[in-house]
Write a protein that binds this ligand. Sequence first.
Ligand code: PMP
Length: 439
Amino acid sequence: MSHVFHRHSKLNPPTAVGGEGCYLIDSTGKRYLDGSGGAAVSCLGHGDAQITAAIKAQIDRLAFAHTGFLTSEPAEALADLLIANAPGELDRVYFVSGGSEATEAAIKLARQYWVEKGEPQRGKMIARKQSYHGNTIGALSAGGNEWRRAQFGPLLLDISHIDPCYDYRLRHDGETAEQYGLRAANALEDEILRLGPENVMAFMAEPVVGATAGALTPAPGYFKRIREICDTYGVLLVLDEVMCGMGRTGTLFACEQDGVAPDIACIAKGLGAGYQPIGAMLCTAEIHDTIANGSGFFQHGHTYNGHPTAAAAGLAVVSAVLDRNLLSRVREQGDKLHQRLVDRFGQHPHVGDLRGRGLFRGIELVENRETKAPFDPSRGVAAKIKKAAFQAGLICYPMAGTIDGRRGDHILLAPPFIIEDVQLDELTDKLDRAITSVI
Ligand code: PMP
């Protein structure tokens, strides 16, 4: 009997004992193609000797120093590298241990900024339905995933949720993608006006939605209009790039492709590529300096902020992504993956939508392609495909999202950036067989 508290008590998972490139290996020797990088984490694949060497070198020198007393060389160098490559006015990096800590810190930073700025009534936050920003209470409150929130209602913060930008389901007949992008973004203005602009501190969204909607890309112009609305009403724009950032979509920050920059950005997952747990929150000098020149103290913090070993891993990972030209590789292999999915599933009776950017791809499954009716949730389609794929030696990330009470089944693909063409074939073949065995 296992004493590990497994999240899925009935899953009884095999034991992972090794990793080589795009594959994970269990204790029976079975190999799994990591088609989703876990949950969009393992962007460099497994067993990258350059990254493990950087980690070992750092541990040998200095494993840990508490940031209440000292900073460290890898944390300083990683912050410099991130800022040198970050969009807009982002200027400071606050290191944490993962995605939820990054979004949680963003919520608190936005709030403290307004308090120190002399507008303490700005305490309302807006986010979107069908979104996920993490599992801690603040982050869960920002997320609009009904399934994850269901039991925790009384504990959650009062954060309002507007509709997501969901072209496949929410664009009207006769509306162009651009018109829809504008209409979807204007929902933010309506909500700001409803709450009173003087009360709103921030809007949080994922540039490309991962875990709740399967690589859902924004309509053209959506984020430009969102940025404009935030500027008009002085609302901070927080972009959660925990899943879609760090090169996953073909640019280091996903929002670069939408021509916008946030006031606060959250990153994690691909930052450490699974070699160490690390996340970060980036903010502008204006936000940082308001607090630095005010109270002088961001009222937040965790023991492992800026952990030197994790920072050394992050530094090695981001350097590798940039130095090995992996961003252009993501775009190339991403286009190839998309083409394979279109060839294989473009006419599939139960595939409603194929979407995404770079090596961040989503498949939306439907009962009826014409009406876009989702499968009955009781069929558990996404979960069954996950299981069938896993048995066949493919790790993919299926999920059941909800919007206005309707549930939809999606599969998210986020393979390592180093994936080769033959592995793209293997991924498509195994996924096809898994889908065919279920629906
Ligand atoms: N934000 C987004 C967009 C995510 O996808 C996730 C994780 N799936 C999180 C936040 C939370 O990150 P973590 O699991 O590292 O706490």
